[in-house]
Write a protein that binds this ligand. Structure first.
Ligand SMILES: Nc1ncnc2c1ncn2[C@@H]1O[C@H](COP(=O)(O)OP(=O)(O)OP(=O)(O)O)[C@@H](O)[C@H]1O
Ligand SMILES: O=c1ccn([C@@H]2O[C@H](COP(=O)(O)O)[C@@H](O)[C@H]2O)c(=O)[nH]1
Ligand SMILES: [Mg+2]
Length: 243
């Protein structure tokens, strides 16, 4: 499957001079590219411009819990055909096993803390590998600078676009507490901790991408439709490929 996908993956963005592929790192895509492309790799320069890698969009968890990341990602998927990778969902699936790792994930989520980066990145990596899509919207990740650095080291790509759902705290808390999906972290104690983690660990990620000019802030207090009408133009813009 990986071979087949690599043969068809084609993003004008990543093969342009503006490519955000991180040369000198990129071990993950680089290794696959070497294995599955037909001689376009120049080993001295890293990945050549002809090598295709998936177009990746991150939606960061910088809007905080309940800011509407999952809801808006679902609409982006429906409208623009992205594959939705929710880091939180991947972790929740993994935690349902009673393995030591599952228990560790459960305890971490319950405390509103961040699961070790390697665990989350491996789950994301597996999800990308088993997908037939070539563009991914990653919801709620990276949660910290350490997450970001680990992702870039292992996966070897940077996001084209970072959408920040900026929602007032009162509204976020209200939404989370009425979500009613049985999540172990949807209670006031954990929400307070998650908000703290958001400010101390996730905001620096937003700062990092802001300095690179990648962040688009969406005011996320209105209705789902109102918010999506602000999201839509980001994907219609020339810069973001939805092909
Ligand atoms: N604009 C909105 N207005 C009212 N309710 C909303 C809006 N967007 C999402 N919701 C509802 O709020 C709850 C939280 O939304 P969602 O799950 O999308 O947030 P999230 O940012 O993914 O949160 P988390 O980080 O906790 O996963 C859900 O029950 C969702 O249906
Ligand atoms: O990259 C991540 C994403 C999530 N977590 C943990 O999961 C919960 C819930 O995440 P949601 O995105 O809100 O569904 C989050 O509070 C963290 O405990 C993580 O560790 N790393
Ligand atoms: Mg969510």
């Amino acid at each position: 499957m990986w071979r087949r996908r690599f043969a068809f993956v084609c993003s004008p963005l990543v093969s342009s001079p503006k490519s955000t592929l991180i040369h000198n790192q990129a071990p993950y895509w680089h290794e696959h590219a070497k294995a599955f492309t037909t001689g376009n790799v120049n080993s001295e320069e890293g990945i050549s411009s002809k090598v295709k890698v998936p177009f990746i969009t991150f939606v960061l968890g910088l809007g905080g819990p309940g800011s509407g990341k999952g809801t808006q990602c679902a609409k982006i998927v429906e409208t623009f055909g992205f594959a939705h990778l929710s880091a939180g969902e991947l972790l929740r699936k993994e935690m349902s096993s009673n393995s030591a790792k599952g228990v560790m994930i459960r305890d971490t989520i319950k405390e509103g803390k961040i699961v070790p980066s390697e665990v989350t990145v491996k789950l994301i990596q597996k999800a990308i590998e088993s997908s037939n899509n070539n563009k991914f919207i990653i919801d709620g990740f990276p949660r910290s600078e350490e997450n970001r650095i680990t992702f870039e080291k292992i996966i070897g790509v940077e996001p084209e676009l970072v959408i920040f759902f900026d929602c007032i705290e009162e509204e976020m808390v209200k939404r989370v507490l009425s979500r009613n999906q049985g999540r172990i972290d949807d209670n006031i104690e954990t929400v307070k901790k998650r908000l703290e983690v958001f400010v101390t660990l996730s905001l620096p990620v937003l700062d990092y991408y802001s300095r690179k000019g990648k962040v688009r802030k969406i005011e996320a207090n209105g209705t789902v439709e109102e918010i999506f009408e602000k999201v839509r133009p980001l994907f219609a813009a020339e810069k973001v490929s939805t092909k």
